[in-house]
Ligand binder design. Structure first.
Ligand code: 5AD
Ligand code: SF4
Length: 474
């Protein structure tokens, strides 16, 4: 799922007409999708991908604003790019530097004040206008800033998607109206918007026609999806998933990221009825303390969360869960943190992302009393991550001896080896002929590591459903 542009030949005599671009993405999968769509927009202009950022004609930093560390990385990267840009100032191939994504959306002109050598600043809703921005830059010779939330549909303006493997992202929803008090997303990505059903199905068919077997439906609040069905009706995510499962060639469907309070009966029944819907769900909970969840404006208690998980598991007993956690939110006591550890133990997450709370300018939590000292945040994060890691390892070990269907989508580190994904998103390594890339193959899992599995491919016809029973991770 890299940017789909063709790579430039490493040492070829590059033709001046063939310009090169390097898009560096930070943050979430939505940014990875956006980066690959930027590639699709630039390809008709003759841009090919350059894996070497410092050699490219056009460098785009596709930024993330979610935590302070992510946002600050942009400025250190810009400092390094500045040196290269200045050294090429009088050459035939001057460097154009662009900042896209959520930092660009949040800071706009401020980026030009801090880094005046930047040429273009654009937000997540305007990258379809990159050709226009490049033309304006060339004509006027001054920096271009485009951080509107345009009325025109970005997706209608984008060229056809060009996948580069058997697994692809498909954005179906953007933005967020939930306003969790710690989060910048409602400000950088704007209000919730669902793409209509027809273009989503069209994109899925196009992807399937180009060899894609697994699609991951993306949205900041993907299960708030309510796409226009073209006949005055709207489809929920659960109903959209049923339609996508009928698209020929699509064998696996995933979706991310979900909001617990928006998990509805349609979605739960899709987990029961649609075999293509993978038994793995990323469902951020953030905290196990009801007091903190309230202060976060999460609209669910820890009991609500456990109840949703119970209903999902009633529908799909094999479901593996992953989550996001924030430690050290303002006012979090030892008892609140203990409630998070208790929730982790009772749900039994098999994978998770956990973060120290990072105050973001303009969000309500940044102005709350009782900010937690950095040392306390670090100590809590360590404890939480130790517990989550133990659960992840226990789950991976419980897969040893099972036959799992693996979609192989990249070469391994060793010749003769391929790497793919299990239904539960684990990376699986196995010896397999290169021409089986892009296929779903049954693998007998032999070994578990903290972050991956390895195994032996089973003869064609071996039955992946004859799994040794998986231990329940408590
Ligand atoms: N500080 C720390 N983590 C945050 N997240 C979002 N905002 C913040 C913040 N201000 C985390 C949440 C979210 C994930 C994408 O990033 O856990 O689910
Ligand atoms: Fe941010 Fe909350 Fe919206 Fe998720 S649901 S994007 S955490 S405001």
């Amino acid at each position: 799922m890299r940017a789909p542009l063709q790579n430039a030949e490493p040492n070829s005599n590059r033709h001046l007409a063939n310009k090169t671009v390097h898009v560096k993405s930070y943050g979430c999968q939505m940014n990875v999708y956006d980066a690959s769509r930027m590639g699709d927009v630039l390809a008709p202009l003759g841009y090919v991908n350059d894996p070497d950022m410092f050699a490219a004609d056009l460098v785009i930093l596709n930024t993330c604003h979610i935590r302070e560390k992510a946002a600050e990385k942009v400025y250190s990267e810009l400092g390094r790019l500045r040196v290269e840009k200045e050294s090429r100032a009088d050459s035939e191939r001057p460097m154009v530097i662009a900042v896209g994504g959520c930092v660009a959306q949040a800071e706009g002109e401020e980026i030009l004040r801090r880094a005046p050598y930047v040429d273009m600043v654009f937000g997540p809703q305007t990258y379809h206008r990159l050709p226009l921005m490049l033309r304006t830059l060339a004509q006027r010779g001054e920096a271009v800033v485009d951080t509107d939330f345009p009325a025109d549909d970005k997706f209608d303006a984008l060229p056809d998607v060009q996948p580069d493997g058997a697994a692809a992202f498909l954005t179906i929803q953007e933005g967020c109206d939930k306003f969790c008090t710690f989060c910048v997303v409602p400000y950088t990505r704007g209000a919730e918007f669902s793409r209509p059903v027809d273009p989503v199905l069209r994109e899925a068919r196009l992807l399937a026609g180009k060899g894609v077997r697994e699609i991951t439906l993306l949205g900041q609040n993907v299960n708030a999806y309510h796409g226009d069905n073209g006949n005055g009706d709207e489809l929920t995510l659960g109903r959209l998933i049923r339609k996508l499962a009928d698209v020929e060639g699509i064998e696996r469907i995933r979706y991310t990221t979900s909001y617990p309070a928006e998990v509805d009966d349609d979605l739960i029944s899709a987990h029961r009825d649609v075999p293509a819907l993978m038994p793995y769900l990323h469902l951020p909970v953030q905290s196990g303390s009801d007091k903190i969840l309230k202060a976060m404006n999460r609209r669910h208690s820890s009991g609500d969360y456990k109840d949703i998980v119970r209903r999902l598991r009633d529908a799909q007993p094999d479901l593996a869960l992953s989550s996001d956690f924030i430690v050290g939110f303002p006012g979090e006591t030892d008892a609140d943190f203990q409630a998070t550890l208790d929730l982790v133990q009772s749900v039994g997450f098999v994978q998770a992302y956990s973060f120290k709370y990072s105050p973001r300018p303009g969000t309500p939590a940044a102005d709350m009393d009782d900010q937690i000292p950095e040392a306390v945040k670090s100590a809590r994060l360590q404890l939480l991550q130790d517990l989550l890691n133990r659960q992840q390892i226990a789950f991976n070990e419980s897969c040893v001896g099972r036959d799992l269907p693996v979609l192989f989508d990249r070469p391994g580190a060793r010749p003769g080896q391929l790497v793919g994904r299990s239904p539960y998103m684990q990376a699986v390594h196995a010896d397999a002929p290169a021409d089986r890339m892009g296929e779903i193959i049954t693998v007998r899992i032999d070994r578990a590591k903290p972050n991956s599995l390895s195994g032996t491919i089973r003869p064609i016809g071996a039955d992946a459903s004859s799994n040794a029973k998986r231990e329940v991770v408590a």
